[in-house]
Write a protein that binds this ligand. Structure first.
Ligand SMILES: NCc1[nH]cc(CCC(=O)O)c1CC(=O)O
Length: 307
């Protein structure tokens, strides 16, 4: 059967689960028989480099570059991404055409029932500057050590005692059917911009694919993550910059954006929030970014470029 649509995806178990979910949503929305949407597995730089923290590897687009190449060459119609892993600045030639309904936005703590109950001085595995800073802010006695690898690998590192605990996104665990860990509420542990959102990107000039993807776009999710990404763009961080942002659409359709910036060691933190009506989200996100950078100490401001 000639596929109606070819989706580019990374080949990790989580990426494949997300790509299958996207394919099924498209087949359902368009009344296509199962199998009409094909997957094209792509190995990215981020997948290839497993022995170093990615913040150290540097460079942008570690999870997207190779997927973008297939897309721009016309080998695929669209790429399926974890929105969290997509840089906030994207090439003009590409457009985020759809977001699937957002899953559980929280991080889960694996290996302990709460942050307070981790043994004093213990080592927690995470390679995320955000999670490291948020952890050390609340528990400065702990050690953070970098761990890489897919979800199963990270769970194993806790199970075999290499680290006392780690963090994983609830969304990823749920998509893999893994019922582990204790959720951390956003008020205490604000997630990454775009967390728990599956984003589908295509060529900006491919109006046929854009129309097909529009049918599965979940507008409230798209609106929320766009605001989070506008904030991330405006603060101008890199992969070293501890930044968290979460937007929710409230009952009155207004958007509520919370965000925080931290110093690397979590000793300093600036946090704030803003509400915005439809059409005002981007300006509100930029204003919040300017406000937080304006009152951030040097330890934070030096990690961001948007001041
Ligand atoms: N950085 C890897 C990554 N990218 C997206 C998810 C989880 C799924 C999501 O947030 O949509 C994960 C794993 C994790 O942080 O636990």
């Amino acid at each position: 059967m000639t596929p109606r649509l070819i989706l580019g995806t990374r080949a990790s178990p989580l990426a494949l689960a997300q790509a299958r979910q996207t394919a099924a949503a498209l087949e359902r929305a368009h009344g296509w028989v199962p199998g009409s949407v094909a997957l094209h597995e792509v190995r990215t730089t981020g997948d290839r480099i497993q022995d170093r923290p990615l913040a150290e590897v540097g460079g942008k687009a570690l999870w997207t570059k190779e997927l973008d190449q297939f897309l721009l060459q016309g080998a695929t119609h669209a790429s399926v991404h974890s929105m969290k892993d997509v840089e906030s600045e994207r090439p003009e030639a590409l457009a985020i055409a759809a977001c699937l309904p957002r899953a559980d936005v929280r991080d889960r703590l694996i290996g302990a029932s709460s942050l307070d109950s981790i043994s004093a001085g213990a080592t927690v595995g995470t390679s995320s500057p955000r999670r490291t800073a948020q952890l050390l802010r609340l528990r400065p006695d702990l050690q953070a050590t970098s761990i890489r690898g897919n979800v199963a690998t990270r769970l194993n590192r806790v199970a075999n005692g290499e680290v006392a605990a780690t963090f994983l996104a609830a969304a990823g665990l749920d998509r893999l059917g893994i019922d582990e860990g204790c959720p951390l509420e956003p008020a205490e542990f604000l997630p990454a911009p775009g967390q728990a959102c599956i984003a589908i990107e295509c060529r900006s000039d491919d109006s046929a694919t854009r129309a097909l993807l529009d049918a599965i776009d979940h507008r409230p999710t798209h609106r929320a993550v766009s605001a989070e990404r506008a904030f991330a763009r405006a603060v101008g961080g890199s992969c070293h910059s501890p930044v968290a942002a979460l937007a929710l659409i409230e009952g009155d359709e207004r958007l509520w954006l919370r965000a925080e910036l931290l110093s690397t060691d979590g000793a300093d933190r600036v946090a704030g929030e803003v509400r915005a009506s439809a059409g005002e989200e981007e300006a509100a996100a930029q204003a919040l970014a300017a406000e937080l950078l304006g009152r951030a100490p040097t330890s934070i401001r030096m990690l961001f470029a948007g001041a």
